[in-house]
Design a binder for this molecule. Structure first.
Ligand code: GDP
Length: 296
């Protein structure tokens, strides 16, 4: 961000100097800066509106008006609101089910689903000591199946073969069967994505979801999509009961607004962040740190 929100607010407060007390109008000016800061961070407009309305309610509740340093008080409110909005929910993967715990990966093509599938496999092996199987249902792109095979190997997990002449549902069922017989703890199901929202893709993933009854349905979204992430998120939320979000390519996005937008639109917790192309480039999402990034 060009100039940090806290700097902008301190400047406003300096301009108010000499006034006996700050007024509602001063708070409105400060809220305008908050709004601008969020828009500059590439948060979607409807999300900004809702967010600023919540901050306004809190700010007008004396906390800011009565404060010795109203600028800082408002930054504090904004920071807390960002952290609660983005940080609510359980961060790690839910595996509380009869094994194999099935995790369905959803998202557009290029969002980072396949990479994230392998990163999660590695995370579950190393941090949760699980036996992990992956399978690709992307029968439209043979290269995607091969890609999953390669990255699964890097992760140290096992890959279940599939091929373009099969139906995604048959592939998934065969993988579940195998996972049961071989006592896998977790089955990660990578799915086909398209470049844009597509009814056929949504129907297919809904059918997969209905058949597999996954314990986690993760929406993988590219943080660099910024405002566009909102439309994608809405479409996936309407199609599937999402249990979590993985925000990828955070390393290439200095603004960070997609996190707030996607969290607010889907209502699902942001569980992980992708921070590099490498297999170990996955972090548990840290709302506190991310709020700092948005505020600048
Ligand atoms: P899919 O089509 O959704 O399966 O997407 P891929 O897993 O093939 O990823 C698309 C591209 O994004 C690849 O070049 C990945 O290396 C890259 N990618 C995925 N996640 C990240 C990330 O967190 N950071 C960076 N820098 N690149 C990523």
């Amino acid at each position: 961000m060009a100039s940090a929100l806290s700097d902008k607010l301190s400047r406003l407060v300096k301009e108010m100097r000499g006034q006996a007390r700050i007024t509602d109008a001063n708070v409105q000016d400060m809220l305008r800066e908050v709004r601008m800061a969020l828009l500059e961070a590439d948060v979607a407009l409807p999300v900004v509106r809702d967010f600023v309305a919540r901050v306004k309610d809190k700010a007008l509740g004396q906390e800011v008006i009565g404060s010795l340093n109203p600028g800082q008080a408002l930054v504090g409110i904004v920071h807390r609101e960002l952290v609660t909005t983005m940080g609510e929910g359980i961060s790690d993967i839910n595996l509380a089910t009869q094994p194999p715990a099935i995790i369905l990966m959803a998202g557009l093509q290029g969002a980072g689903k396949t990479t994230t599938t392998a990163k999660l496999a590695k995370h579950l092996i190393e941090k949760r000591k699980k036996k992990v199987l992956t399978v690709s249902g992307d029968v439209y792109r043979p290269a995607a199946i091969e890609q999953l095979k390669t990255v699964t190997k890097q992760a140290g997990a096992e890959w279940f073969p599939s091929s373009p002449d099969q139906k995604p549902l048959d592939i998934a069922n065969a993988a579940v069967d195998y996972a049961r017989k071989q006592y896998f703890d977790v089955l990660l199901v990578d799915t086909a994505g398209r470049l844009a929202i597509d009814e056929a893709m949504m129907k297919e993933i809904r059918e997969l979801h209905a058949a597999l009854k996954p314990v986690e349905t993760l929406f993988v979204v590219d943080a660099m999509q910024g405002q566009d992430a909102v439309n994608t998120a809405k479409a996936f939320k309407d199609a599937l009961p999402l249990t979590g979000i993985v925000l990828t390519k955070l390393d290439g996005d200095s603004r960070g607004g997609a996190a707030l937008s996607v969290r607010q639109i889907t209502g699902a917790p942001i569980k992980f962040a992708g921070v590099s192309e490498k297999i170990d480039g996955l972090e548990v999402f840290d709302a506190e740190r991310h709020a700092g990034r948005i505020l600048g």
